[in-house]
Design a protein around this ligand. Structure first.
Ligand SMILES: O=C(O)Cc1cc(O)ccc1O
Ligand SMILES: [Fe+2]
Length: 432
C-alpha cells in the first residue's frame, strides 16, 4: 500500500475549524470583520449552510481577499455543451441496466469545463436534494478561466492523469486513487499536463460528511485525520479571468478584471479537501456472508429520512476475502437505492469483463443485477482460502432516488447495448 504522508501545504482533519494565511497578518485577530483590515484585504463570509443551521451542521468560512467577489459584470449564458442538471427531463427515465465504455479522451484541445459530460442524476438543485453525475475527459489546463458550482458541492474522483485543483482556498494535487471535494461556490481551475479523466458527483443535498460508525466504534473506515485541506494560497494577477458557474442547471460566464483566486488567508470549517482512498481502513467479514456495501462508505450526504442517503460515496478497495462457505462476490440483488458505479483502476470482482477503468454502470431502483456469469462460475468453484483482492478501486454513488440518464448517456456510442447478456446464460436451479 502506498499512501501519501501528510503533505506540507495541507492541514489534516475532517470538518475542522482551520486558520491559514499565505501572508502574515491576513487573518484579523479577535474578530471576523474589523473596521479596517490592516492589509486592506476584503472580508467575505462564504456560507455553505444556512446562517441558522445547528452548530453541528453549520459550515462557513471567512475569506480575506485582494478584491471583493462582488466586483464583476453580469453573467451571460455560456455554451452548455454536454452539461445537464436536475430536474433530469431530457429523456424518459429508464429501468434498464446500463454500462458504458470509458469516456474517450478528447481529440481537440479541451479543458476540464469543456470536457464535462453529464450521464444523469436525480432531484433538483432548487429543491436542495439529489445529485448530478458527470464524467470529464480533458487534455489541457484551464487558462485564465475558473469555475464554480452554485448548484452543489463537487465530489471529484480522478481516474487518469495527475490533476491539480487550484482553488480560492488553496491548491490540491490529486492522482487516481485520491478524491477531492470542492464546496458549493468555491472557485477553482483544473491544471494538467496531458490527458486526464475522472468522475464528478455534484451533490445538491446536505454536505458530505464521514458516516457514523455505530457498533464499529470510534475508529475505522475513513479516519478524520486522513482528510487534507490546503493551506491558503493566492495569485495576484491583474489580467482578465473568465469565471464560469453552474447555476440553476445552466452554465453562465462573466469576466473578472483580475484572478478571483486572490484569497490571502481564510479561517473556518467550509473548505475543499482531498482524501487518499489507500488510507481507508476497510472492514469486512471474518466469518461468513458478504456484507452490505455500506460497510465501505467513505462519505455520506444524508437525507431527511434516517439512514437513507441522498448520496453515499462507497469504494471497493483492495481487501482480504476470508469468508467461509460463502459466495464471496456481490450477490444478486434488487435495491431500493440506485447505484451508479465507476472503476478507477483494476478489475471489479462482480464483473469478469466489460467494466473497464474509466467506464461506468447504472443499476437503477429495483433493477436486478449482480455477478456476471463468468464471475459466478468462478466463485461457486473457488477454493475458499484467504484471497487478497489487489490493485483495484471501484466506487459507487448510491442514491435514494432513481437516477435518470441524459439523452447523451442513453444514445452514446460508448453505451454497451448488449449489457443484459452478462446475465442470460444461468442454469435453472435443481429442485428434483
Ligand atoms: O452492484 C454492485 O456491484 C455494488 C454492490 C457491491 C456489493 O458488494 C454489494 C452490493 C452492491 O450493490
Ligand atoms: Fe448493486
Amino acid at each position: 500500500m502506498t499512501t501519501r504522508a501528510n503533505a506540507p501545504g495541507y492541514l489534516p482533519g475532517f470538518g475542522n475549524h482551520f486558520s491559514t494565511e499565505a501572508v502574515e497578518g491576513a487573518l484579523p485577530e479577535g474578530r471576523n470583520s474589523p473596521q479596517r483590515h490592516r492589509l486592506g484585504l476584503y472580508a467575505e463570509q462564504l456560507s455553505g449552510t444556512a446562517f441558522t443551521a445547528p452548530r453541528s451542521e453549520n459550515r462557513r468560512s471567512w475569506l480575506y481577499r485582494l478584491r471583493p467577489s462582488a466586483q464583476h459584470p453580469a453573467y451571460q449564458p455560456f455554451a452548455q455543451g454536454k452539461v445537464r442538471s436536475g430536474p433530469f427531463v431530457d429523456a424518459p427515465p429508464s429501468p434498464n441496466r446500463m454500462r458504458w465504455d470509458p469516456l474517450p479522451m478528447p481529440s481537440e484541445p479541451t479543458d476540464w469545463v469543456e470536457g464535462l459530460v453529464t450521464y444523469g442524476g436525480n432531484g433538483d438543485p432548487d429543491a436542495a436534494g439529489g445529485i448530478g453525475i458527470h464524467l470529464y475527459a480533458a487534455n489541457r489546463s484551464m487558462i485564465d478561466r475558473v469555475f464554480y458550482c452554485a448548484d452543489g458541492e463537487l465530489l471529484i474522483v480522478p481516474q487518469a492523469g495527475q490533476q491539480v485543483f487550484v482553488t480560492e482556498m488553496g491548491r490540491l494535487d490529486a492522482r487516481p486513487g485520491e478524491i477531492v471535494v470542492i464546496p458549493r461556490g468555491v472557485r477553482f481551475r483544473v491544471e494538467c499536463e496531458g490527458e486526464i479523466r475522472g468522475y464528478v458527483c455534484e451533490n445538491y443535498g446536505a454536505i458530505f460528511r464521514i458516516p457514523d460508525l455505530g457498533p464499529i466504534g470510534a475508529n475505522g473506515l475513513a479516519n478524520p485525520r486522513d482528510f487534507e485541506t490546503p493551506t491558503a494560497w493566492f495569485e495576484d494577477l491583474d489580467r482578465p479571468t473568465e469565471c464560469v458557474q453552474k447555476f440553476g442547471g445552466r452554465l453562465w460566464t462573466t469576466t473578472f478584471a483580475h484572478s478571483p483566486l486572490d484569497v490571502v488567508g481564510w479561517h473556518g470549517n467550509l473548505a475543499p479537501y482531498r482524501y487518499d482512498t489507500a488510507k481507508f481502513n476497510t472492514m469486512g467479514t471474518v466469518s461468513f456472508d458478504h456484507p452490505d456495501p455500506s460497510i465501505f462508505t467513505v462519505l455520506t450526504s444524508p437525507s431527511e429520512t434516517a439512514g437513507t442517503a441522498n448520496c453515499d460515496f462507497v469504494i471497493f478497495p483492495p481487501r482480504w476475502m476470508v469468508a467461509e462457505d460463502t459466495f464471496r462476490p456481490p450477490w444478486f440483488h434488487r435495491n431500493v437505492m440506485s447505484e451508479f458505479m465507476g472503476l478507477v483502476f483494476g478489475e471489479y470482482d462482480a464483473k469478469e469483463g466489460g467494466f473497464a477503468p474509466g467506464g461506468a454502470s447504472l443499476h437503477n431502483c429495483m433493477s436486478g443485477h449482480g455477478p456476471d456469469q463468468a464471475s459466478y462460475d468462478k466463485a461457486v468453484k473457488a477454493d475458499l482460502k484467504p484471497v487478497k483482492i489487489e490493485n483495484t478501486l471501484a466506487f459507487m454513488f448510491e442514491s435514494r432516488m432513481p437516477i435518470r440518464t441524459t439523452e447523451w448517456a442513453q444514445t452514446s456510442p460508448t453505451m454497451q447495448l448488449d449489457y443484459d447478456d452478462v446475465w442470460t446464460g444461468f442454469e435453472k436451479g435443481r429442485i428434483g
